[in-house]
Design a protein around this ligand. Structure first.
Ligand code: SAM
Length: 252
């Protein structure tokens, strides 16, 4: 049985896709997707030798060496163009994830990929910005809690068609933050997620209340020293905390 986090990712992979799971570690996700009959084959990419061996062992133990190709290498470099329909990347920071995706964009390894299912541990906004910059459309976002940690899962599809992109841009303005300045609003759409904001859950509230509390702890720490820099930092923290409260107050 998969963890709730990996199951949330698995549930967003289109049936029948050839999947490349990058940073696969024990290859739990590809093994599950094939064993459950959801997908026919997968590539498990790993940068490091240890996790790569773990993926090979898991794949062999499951009797899936014919269906899962385990490959050691950096990011999407392990792929040949056109080999995968779906790329999944989970359990790493958003900036590393965006770097891997950007590398794939420039090397052409993302060409032909139709679907991305991504679970950044932190820095979700960096991933959302990358998606928008490179012409991907966020179709679905999920937020879950497991073992006291809150995770977000983002699903995006590639859209070459600019007209459809316009529809998506329009669509984002329907998020219930009309009272905010549009520049500020855009920043919070990236940080909190347009789909999550449209159907706000208790968990989304909890995540950002925890973030607010964290910033308040930092602010108190900063306020102990009395320098122009610390006053500036404190003002920035206050501003950010006020914005979080403002966004939360906008939600239905
Ligand atoms: N995806 C699995 C999951 O979500 O449970 C494993 C996550 S694990 C915390 C992150 C994995 O990413 C590690 O095994 C690490 O070796 C791998 N990794 C880090 N940077 C990578 C890169 N540039 N390319 C491929 N794999 C990478």
């Amino acid at each position: 049985k998969l963890s709730k986090r990996l199951q949330t990712i698995a549930d967003r992979v289109s049936a029948g896709s050839r999947v490349a799971d990058i940073g696969s570690d024990h290859a739990l996700l590809p093994v599950y997707l094939i064993q459950s009959g959801q997908i026919p084959s997968a590539i498990a990419g790993e940068l490091n030798a240890g996790p790569c061996d773990a993926a090979r062992k898991q794949t062999a133990d499951a009797g899936l060496t014919g269906q899962i190709s385990v490959r050691q290498g950096d990011g999407l470099s392990v792929l040949q163009p056109g080999e995968a329909d779906t790329v999944t990347i989970a359990g790493m920071g958003g900036s590393l994830m965006a770097e891997i995706l950007e590398g794939g964009y420039h090397s052409g390894k993302l060409a032909g990929v139709q679907e991305l299912v991504l679970q950044p541990n932190v820095g979700e906004d960096i991933v959302r910005r990358w998606l928008v910059r490179r012409g991907w459309v966020l179709t679905d976002e999920a937020i879950i809690e497991e073992d006291g940690r809150i995770y977000e899962v983002l699903r995006a599809v590639s859209v070459a068609d600019a007209e459809i992109r316009n529809i998506v841009v329009y669509d984002l303005s329907a998020v219930p933050l009309q009272t905010m300045d549009s520049y500020v609003k855009a920043g919070w759409l990236y940080r909190m997620g347009p789909h999550l904001l449209r159907k706000p859950s208790g968990l989304l509230m909890k995540k950002w209340e925890l973030e607010h509390q964290k910033l308040e702890r930092i602010r108190r720490q900063v306020s102990l020293s009395d320098s122009p820099e610390s006053r500036e930092k404190e003002a920035a923290l206050r501003n950010e905390m006020n914005q979080i409260k403002e966004v939360l107050a906008c939600l239905p």
